[in-house]
Design a binder for this molecule. Structure first.
Ligand SMILES: [Zn+2]
Length: 502
């Protein structure tokens, strides 16, 4: 039994969460639930990043004060996470008082160590990113300098600022990047080669309050607010009680696992590792980086072609667990994935409705009809046992290394084996098919338990209908289940035909 700490980035609540937010958050949630299934003591953190110029401006445009705006928007995020079954232990908001105090104390520590100095920053700035871009970072088009992510003109800006001596940590950061922290490894090489090209430059970490008032005040100079990235990164330790409440920090920090998208890799490695070192904390255990997904061909409201809303997916499949399943089924850490409505529908129909749904339905119906719903422990089929054990091992090892799609394929092999076994043993021809149904139910129990991190509500409901318990991991072997009391034979997934399910 271990201890495990898993985080998502805290999201910028200037708009509703989109499928990208859901993607990262579901990965983290699957991992949290998987570790709990293995018996770990898990702390799962998510939240919202509520300061900075962009929010200040959005709130101004809407004619409300920033705090009321983020109060509303953080509720929107919570509502989506509740619909999607995200089992976080804390939803941190960077406007939370304990976080604000932690940021001030962390920065004061850096300041008193001489790691922060006053200077002037001059550079090309994107107001949407709240970031300056140097040569090689911005896009040049027709003599104009454009933001690499927003593709809109940058403004030349000069202002008084405080710098963090990031350059002092270059050797340290390189050393950490050569360890097994960033996963997959290719992303560590990306950061290393950026450092190779440009070195680690000191980082401007405050903004004049006259421009950005919506932020945490720098503890040594009330005319400055803390740069939103530094504020945000510190949430990973403030949520654990840094710096005053050390028991949680001591328990969980050494096993921190950050899930992030590849667009925020630099801040979560080079900058974050250095900030942690500056406040005398070691780097996280793992930074798990994923590539992007785009979904094509799903009908969505207005504007931009490939933006699919969470609502659109929820509507189409009528079940949040299905959305979780499909996003993880096609997930990839290292490669960008583009998939279509047809692909999603096909996976839904063949895997969920046919392989899993039909198995459950026919076993349930037979158990009720032939055995009054009571199926007791019986001889375990040795061939089936071997293939199930292999699939369980594969699923566990995939989950332990964040290969979610592979894990799902292995889990569905358990269901496929059960279907093949039923076709072999033909329990519908027998008057007392206890042995055959017991073996099939064992497969359903094991497969469903492994599936529960991905489809928690489907798994719980099914366990109730068939009368078994989910997990724990040690019990996921053939013959461990004692008895089934099948109360209903549910139809889990209705097939989708062009329109929508349910
Ligand atoms: Zn930008």
């Amino acid at each position: 039994m271990g201890v495990f700490y898993v985080t998502t980035p805290i999201y910028y609540p200037n708009a509703e969460p989109h499928i990208g937010h859901a993607y990262t958050t579901i990965m983290a949630d699957v991992t949290a639930r998987w570790r709990r299934l293995c018996g770990d003591d898990v702390f799962f953190l998510t939240g919202t990043d509520e300061h900075g110029l962009k929010l200040q401006k959005t709130a101004e445009e809407r004619g409300i004060d920033p705090k009321s705006f983020v109060d509303q928007m953080s509720e929107v995020f919570k509502r989506y996470w509740s619909i999607l079954g995200i089992s976080y232990d804390r939803f941190i908001r960077t406007t939370d008082e304990d976080h604000v105090q932690a940021v001030r104390k962390a920065l004061m520590k850096m300041y008193s160590k001489g790691l922060i100095y006053k200077g002037v920053y001059r550079g090309w700035y994107c107001t949407s990113c709240e970031a300056f871009y140097g040569p090689g970072e911005y896009i040049e088009e027709g003599g104009r300098k454009l933001c690499p992510s927003h593709r809109k003109p940058l403004e030349l800006m000069e202002e008084e600022t405080y710098f963090f001596k990031l350059s002092q940590f270059e050797d340290y950061v390189r050393e950490q990047l050569s360890k097994d922290i960033v996963h997959p490894r290719g992303y560590a090489r990306e950061v290393l080669s950026k450092i190779e090209r440009e070195g680690l430059r000191d980082l401007s970490i405050t903004r004049p309050k006259t421009r950005v008032y919506w932020g945490i005040e720098a503890p040594w100079d009330p005319n400055h607010t803390v740069y939103v990235w530094i504020d945000a990164l510190l949430n990973y330790v403030s949520a654990l009680g840094y710096p005053d409440n050390t028991s949680r920090l001591e328990k969980y920090w050494s096993v921190a696992h950050h899930f992030i998208g590849k667009d925020i890799l630099w801040f979560h490695t080079a900058v974050w590792f250095a900030v942690l070192a500056a406040i005398d904390l070691p780097p996280p255990r793992k930074v798990i980086v994923h590539a992007f997904i785009t979904l094509q061909g799903l009908k969505i409201s207005k504007s931009v072609g490939n933006v699919v809303t969470i609502d659109a997916l929820l509507q189409r499949y009528g079940n949040p667990d299905v959305v979780r399943y499909l996003l993880m089924r096609f997930s990839s850490l290292d490669k960008d994935v583009e998939f279509s409505a047809e692909q999603l529908d096909a996976a839904y129909n063949t895997e969920l409705a046919d392989t899993f749904g039909n198995l459950v339905r026919r076993v349930g119906v037979l158990a009720k009809k032939k055995l009054d719903g009571v199926v007791t422990r019986d001889r375990v089929d040795p061939e089936l046992e071997t293939s199930v054990r292999r699939a369980v091992d594969r699923a566990a090892s995939a989950l332990n290394s964040f290969r979610f799609s592979e894990a799902l394929i292995a889990i569905f092999d358990v269901f496929r084996e059960a279907n093949a076994y039923l076709n072999r043993t033909e329990p519908w021809r027998s008057d007392s098919p206890n042995e055959s149904l017991y073996n099939a139910l064992e497969c359903i129990r094991i497969g469903t338990s492994l599936l529960s991190p991905f489809m928690p509500r489907v798994a719980e409901n099914l366990a109730r209908s068939l009368g078994f318990e989910i997990g724990p991991f040690e019990a996921l072997r053939m013959g461990a289940g004692e008895e089934y009391r099948v109360s209903e034979a549910p139809i889990l997934f209705k097939k989708i035909r062009g329109g929508s399910a349910s």
